[in-house]
Design a protein around this ligand. Structure first.
Ligand code: PLP
Length: 385
């Protein structure tokens, strides 16, 4: 199987697996315990916190370990909204991950006003509409750094500047960008960013919310003083240790891998566009993550294409969501204006550090042949009379 779905999740790196195993057996203490096994677990936790902090260039006290990006997003929005007594106004975008969008819906039901900014056909939030949406009641802006489906990178530094001028908190979901762009809290200019380990070779079920030091965030969970009271519950030490190892490797290798993936992706897009001239690359005029290509071919069904590619030994994903037996365009593509035959045909190819040039060559070959075959199958039959 050739795996080209790194935006869904990436394989756990060998170095990560090796280093977390001892934390299941030899070093399995509870970091809250004062005895030697407890202190050993605490050491592993501290070390991982240092590594994650170094990756995003913050102080260790700014790292709150969570169960992943979903929880980090929930904690950011719910935590900040509770600081403002669920009063006021939040600005987000229509293309956020559901872990932002659904929390916004909940907050709305509790009385918080929510503006969801649209995007243009290249997947970009319009800064002018953003400025217009700000009101004296706006206390939080949550705009993702890069979109998981299209890879389109948002102008977060400019959004952050506007927020800081107006004294508004800025949260940015950086779950996808962290693996492919150098992301630090200062570079995004955000007060809070969400991370997830499984998008860059760490284990699933672990992530972090990085918070600016001036922000006192109440936890969502009650019943423990872990993570300085901001996330109660015994820490998932093996996974957190693995997150730290993956963060360390990412910091060392990010530049090389980013250049490598960009080379492969350019090759993929150039060759595919020649072989399948009707191919649309979503957001191709915008800055995009170096590993992500989301494409559509009018008239084809994305899910069917994904299944045929799976049978041929390639893992990619459909950029669409299934609803009541009918495949619809995703909320992201709909926001970009593709809700018809093109939106339903979308598939995403996302590369990783383990993708080889020969994988891309094989993929191009099989993908273009599969598209042709599906197009022939769906072509209307002409009857001879
Ligand atoms: N945010 C974005 C942009 C994502 O792509 C994802 C995962 O797909 C998440 C949040 C959720 O992260 P996790 O799977 O760690 O909960």
């Amino acid at each position: 199987m050739i795996y080209l779905d790194h935006n869904a999740t990436s394989p756990v790196r060998k170095e990560v697996v090796e280093q977390i195993i001892p934390y299941f057996c030899e070093f399995s203490g509870n970091p809250s315990s004062v005895h030697t096994p407890g202190r050993t677990a605490q050491k592993g936790l501290d070390e991982a916190r240092r590594k994650v902090a170094r990756l995003v260039d913050v102080h260790e006290s700014q790292v709150i370990f969570t169960s992943g990006g979903t929880e980090a997003n929930n904690l950011a929005l719910m935590g900040v909204a509770s600081r403002f007594n669920f009063n006021g106004h939040i600005i987000t975008s229509a293309i956020e991950h559901p872990s932002v969008l659904q929390v916004c819906e909940l907050l709305e039901s509790r009385g918080v006003k929510v503006t969801r900014l649209g995007v243009n056909d290249q997947g970009l939030v319009d800064l002018e509409s953003f400025k217009v949406a700000i009101t004296p009641e706006t206390f939080l802006v949550s705009i993702m750094h890069a979109n998981n489906e299209t890879g389109v990178v948002q102008p977060v530094a400019q959004i952050a500047n506007i927020c800081s001028e107006k004294d508004i908190l800025f949260h940015s979901d950086s779950v996808q960008s962290i693996a492919k762009l150098p992301v630090t809290l200062a570079k995004t200019g955000a007060d809070l960013i969400s991370l997830s380990a499984h998008k860059f070779g760490g284990p699933k079920g672990v992530g972090a919310l990085i918070v600016d030091n001036h922000l006192k965030l109440p936890g969502l969970l009650l019943g423990g003083s872990q993570e300085r009271g901001r996330r109660a519950g015994t820490e998932n030490i093996p996974s957190i240790v693995g997150f730290g190892v993956a963060a360390d490797l990412l910091l060392q290798e990010q530049k090389d891998y980013s250049e490598y993936m960009l080379g492969l992706r350019n090759q993929l897009e150039e060759k595919l566009s020649k072989l399948v001239p009707e191919l649309i690359i979503f957001g191709n005029s915008s800055e995009r993550l170096v590993n992500t290509t989301a494409v559509g071919i009018a008239g084809l069904d994305g899910e069917t294409l994904v299944m045929h590619m799976d049978m041929a030994g390639f893992a990619i994903s459909a950029g669409s969501a299934c609803g009541s037996g009918r495949t619809n365009a995703s909320h992201v593509l709909t926001a970009m204006g593709y809700d018809g035959a093109i939106g339903r045909s979308a598939v995403r190819i996302s590369l990783g550090w383990d993708t080889k040039a020969s994988d891309i060559d094989k993929f191009i070959n099989v993908f273009s042949r599969t598209v042709k075959k599906l197009q022939q199958m769906s072509a209307p039959l002409t009857m001879a009379v």
